[in-house]
Design a protein around this ligand. Structure first.
Ligand code: NG1
Ligand code: ZN
Length: 566
């Protein structure tokens, strides 16, 4: 009893101490948006500390399962930083804890913070103040930002503010690596960085071994130039590229000291939004396949340097990566169920495609023309991921290049039993066996926790070799409708409320009617607005049959937003 009281006292003391060490900066207000908390890195210590404290609480609540913390601001400028929490399955933290994350991050003083934590622990039935053994574990990762180390210290102190919590610093990592490690650790699988690399390298090799002998390709088709956004993705790729047999990889903007500034004039976000070549690329690269990662390597786009003199690129965005994955998986499923004409139990497989309103309309039309089920969610991978989990195979991508393919455990078990059966009949040369093995290897390669540019590009490369396709063949799957994205600064972006997976505005009243009126003036016009979850802006997206029309539709809708809310 006395010991319990001591622990409780100790718990209170630690919470008060950490809150006074990391006070909320004057005038700051944090909101756990699409990707956690983000702001100027120098102002983030209190938010990072409290997010880490929350991660430790979450681990206590979940019986000591490992929870993750990633310190990154992804594709945003180098001076920004951010923090997000990964749940034990490696996905984003359950949304039901987000309101508490906001309240905790904005607690005005130590006593308020203490009361909030105690009350929350009581409401949620979280047993606080148990000393003596580890009741919580939090894995930490951070990107290459200069504020990373200082924020890591704030995070460590936040975790240590919970009695019995253990912090495990995994070092400088890509965001998807940390999510993968959290997931693996909780599954009882080996979870170190070298295990992650081994899984990538082995499953990629297995996929290449399953490329039909008449496909593959010449030396040019094996060459790939990767823009690492001067971030962590380039660093990690340099470490493993020699082991990726079957590919000749050149890394630019590799994140080496002095090579350039993180995400500045380079990276997936820059290439996708600006549609121009990143820093370090030139007309000498015409004809070579190029890929761009973002600063924390969870986004991926492909491009070709175009022959025009204006630095423009032919872009393959997340929608087209998704389409390639969907084609490949559909093809393997068809091979398995066709079974060379012999009757066999078909593999029950619900394949679902998940997109957001930002997906190019041409991609949705293409996917539906293949007979695939396409559904929409609001922006933010936490929504897409959750939806994709409803299928046997769920493929999700945002147009900006964040996405992955999720395979259900049931489906994998069925694939395993099918391949064992074929193996026992010494039928390993059959098309059916090979298709099953390709799906198994793909499920090993592609990150099951979160979108991962490194595993994503390896799957792309394996599929291109399997199909014997050039970049051009891939590009020509469909033609993107011209589109335009704009940002509008308004006084209060939360005044905009949307419905129907963000395709319609319900507030302020009258805005949707104005948007509809503008859309009616354009052939194939589509336009929607929504408040950003990561920046203090309202985003406007428009699509139409010509670039001029898309630009003008976006501009006129942006003017309406400005005059109603500006
Ligand atoms: P916001 O700022 O909520 O639009 C952006 C991206 C999201 C997602 C998050 C997280 C666009 C239009 N939005 O969110 O897709 O990637 O950042 O990084 O690209
Ligand atoms: Zn990112």
């Amino acid at each position: 009893m006395a010991a319990d009281q001591d622990h409780e006292q100790e718990q209170r003391r630690r919470l008060l101490a950490v809150a006074s060490r990391f006070p909320l900066p004057n005038g700051a207000r944090f909101s756990y948006g699409t990707a956690g908390f983000r702001a100027d890195g120098a102002t983030m210590a209190s938010a990072v500390c409290r997010a880490a404290l929350l991660a430790a609480l979450r681990s206590v609540k979940l019986a000591g399962a490992a929870v993750g913390i990633v310190i990154t601001a992804s594709h945003n400028p180098v001076r920004d930083n951010g923090v997000k929490i990964a749940d034990p399955d490696g996905g984003m933290m359950d949304q039901c804890w987000e309101p508490f994350a906001d309240t905790l991050a904005n607690a005005p003083d130590p006593d308020a913070l203490l009361q909030l934590v105690l009350q929350f622990a009581k409401d949620e039935g979280i047993p606080l103040g148990r000393g003596g053994h580890h009741t919580a574990q939090v894995l930490l990762g951070r990107d290459t930002r200069p504020t990373g180390e200082y924020l890591l210290d704030a995070a460590l102190q936040g975790i240590n503010a919970i009695v019995g919590a253990r912090a495990i610093d995994m070092g400088i990592l890509t965001t998807p690596q940390l999510h993968w490690m959290v997931r693996s650790k909780n599954k009882g699988i080996k979870a170190s960085e070298s295990d992650y690399f081994t899984q990538l390298i082995d499953s990629f090799r297995r996929l290449l071994e399953l490329v039909p002998k008449d496909k593959g390709g010449d030396d040019l088709s094996k060459k790939l130039i990767v823009d690492g956004a001067n971030g962590i993705g380039g660093v990690k790729l340099e470490q493993i590229k020699a082991e990726l047999s079957g590919l000749n990889i050149i890394v630019r903007n590799s994140g080496k000291e002095g090579e350039g500034i993180l995400n500045h004039m380079c990276g997936a976000d820059f290439v996708q939004k600006e549609r121009v070549t990143p820093h370090g690329f030139s007309p000498d690269d015409i004809g070579v396949r190029c890929a761009s990662l973002d600063g924390d390597a969870d986004r991926l786009v492909y491009f070709h340097v175009s022959s025009a003199s204006n630095n423009s690129v032919a872009l393959v965005d997340g929608d087209k990566i998704l389409s390639l994955f969907a084609l490949f998986i559909r093809e393997q499923l068809d091979i398995i169920s066709d079974n060379g004409g012999q009757a066999n139990k078909p593999l029950p497989s619900r394949l679902g495609i998940v997109q957001t309103a930002y997906a190019n309309g041409a991609s949705t039309k293409f996917l539906k023309s293949l007979g695939l089920e396409v559904v929409f969610t609001p922006t933010g991978v936490k929504y897409l991921h959750k939806k994709a989990l409803e299928y046997d195979i769920g493929i999700y991508f945002e147009a900006n290049g964040h996405g992955t393919v999720l395979f259900s455990e049931d489906f994998i078990a069925q694939l395993e039993s099918l391949s064992n059966e074929l193996c026992s009949r010494a039928d390993t040369v059959s098309a059916q066996y090979q298709a099953a093995m390709r799906l198994m290897a793909a499920s090993q390669l592609i990150n099951q926790a979160v979108g991962d540019a490194l595993s994503g590009f390896l799957l792309v490369e394996a599929i291109l070799q399997y199909k014997g396709w050039s970049f051009q063949n891939w590009c020509e799957l469909y033609s993107d409708l011209p589109s335009r994205q704009l940002k509008v600064k308004v006084i209060d972006r939360t005044a905009i409320i949307t419905t129907d997976a963000e395709t319609k505005v319900s507030q302020p009243s009258g805005l949707q009617e104005l948007i509809d009126m503008e859309i009616a003036n354009y052939a194939h016009g589509r336009c929607f607005v929504r408040p950003s979850g990561t920046e203090d802006v309202v985003r406007v997206y428009a699509e139409a049959s010509t670039q001029e029309a898309a630009d003008s539709l976006a501009k006129s809708v942006a003017c309406h937003v400005e005059s109603l809310l500006g």
